[in-house]
Write a protein that binds this ligand. Structure first.
Ligand code: CP
Ligand code: NVA
Length: 300
């Protein structure tokens, strides 16, 4: 494992080994064991979009590992004024030991890895969100004990979250179903891959997708960068919601996960959100452990 550009780049063994290390780091932290596995290492964190969880979990994660994290906003970097990513990659590689980047185009992340000489971690693009899904998988396994035989259902936009969840579910042997409105389906190439490599189902019928699900997952209807489509999307996604009715279609002990931030009354009702708040905030905490594991794997 040289980078984390997208989940599909990891073999099943690599993915499970990150999750195992994440569990270990969580255990160590809970028991006051401070392993400074990245003592003296420096991580640059480039943000072209807003963030609460990703920024704070990477920054505190690096601190806990004995390293140092630099927050680099595109408002301040020359990249925000058009300096090519090829040059930024080669410059940052001479100062840092790793780069985390949150941006729009997946190609920018891939180029950073291609032209630089240090590990690159994708902290969200329009295409995928691998760090989030590592934390999600960790949370599912903590609650359910294992992946095999589980059904994960995603309700909403065929977006970055849907893409990484599809890949994560297939790689860990879970069934995956998605309910999305026409015109908002996930990437066709990924759908083809998921069908060929796992159990994949796509429908416009939310209850059908949620039937017997062990994990229900949703995300915002309008992602970062789609602010202008908000009104149009509110109409298109009406009904694509996790609510009490949908919970009845799923298994009795189904978990509810959300990458956050959540819009109550849109993709999830406030009552379902609060009933599953413990799972959702455990999931948010697990960002820290999962990303510490990723950084150890890549930067140690
Ligand atoms: N889930 C997630 O990535 O949150 P942030 O946008 O706050 O980083
Ligand atoms: N799909 C959302 C995820 C946020 C963590 C977005 O891209 O804005």
């Amino acid at each position: 494992m040289k980078h984390l550009l997208k989940l599909g780049d990891l073999s099943r063994e690599e993915l499970l080994s990150v999750l195992n290390l994440a569990d270990q780091l969580k255990y160590e932290r809970k028991n006051g064991i401070r392993g400074e596995y990245l003592k003296g290492k420096k991580l640059g964190m480039i943000f072209q979009k807003s963030s609460t969880r990703t920024r704070v979990s990477f920054e505190t994660g690096m601190y806990e590992l004995g390293g140092y994290a630099l927050f680099l906003s595109n408002r301040d970097l020359q990249i925000g004024r058009g300096e090519p990513v090829e040059d930024t990659a080669r410059v940052l590689s001479r100062y840092l030991d790793g780069i985390m980047i949150r941006t729009f185009e997946q190609k920018e992340v891939e180029d950073l890895a291609k032209y630089g000489s240090i590990p690159v971690i994708n902290g969200l693009t329009d295409y995928c969100h691998p760090c989030q899904v590592l934390a999600d998988l960790m949370t599912v396994r903590e609650h359910k004990g294992a992946f095999k035989g589980l059904k994960l259902c995603f309700i909403g936009d065929g977006n970055n979250m849907a893409h990484s969840l599809m890949v994560g579910a297939v790689k860990t042997g879970m069934k995956f179903s998605i309910a999305c409105p026409k015109g908002y389906e996930p990437d066709a190439a990924l759908v083809k891959w998921a069908k060929e490599n796992g159990e994949f189902m796509m429908t416009e019928d939310v209850a059908e997708a949620a039937k017997n699900a062990d994990v229900l997952y949703t995300d915002v209807w309008a992602s970062m960068g789609q602010e202008e489509e908000k009104e149009k999307r509110i109409k298109a996604f009406s009904g694509f919601q996790i609510n009490a009715d949908i919970m009845r279609a799923a298994k009795k002990d189904a978990m509810v996960l959300h990458c956050l931030p959540a819009h109550r009354g849109e993709e999830i009702t406030a009552d379902v959100f609060e009933a599953h708040a413990d799972e959702i905030f455990e999931e948010a905490e697990n960002r820290l452990h999962a990303q510490k594991a990723v950084m150890c794997k890549l930067m140690k």
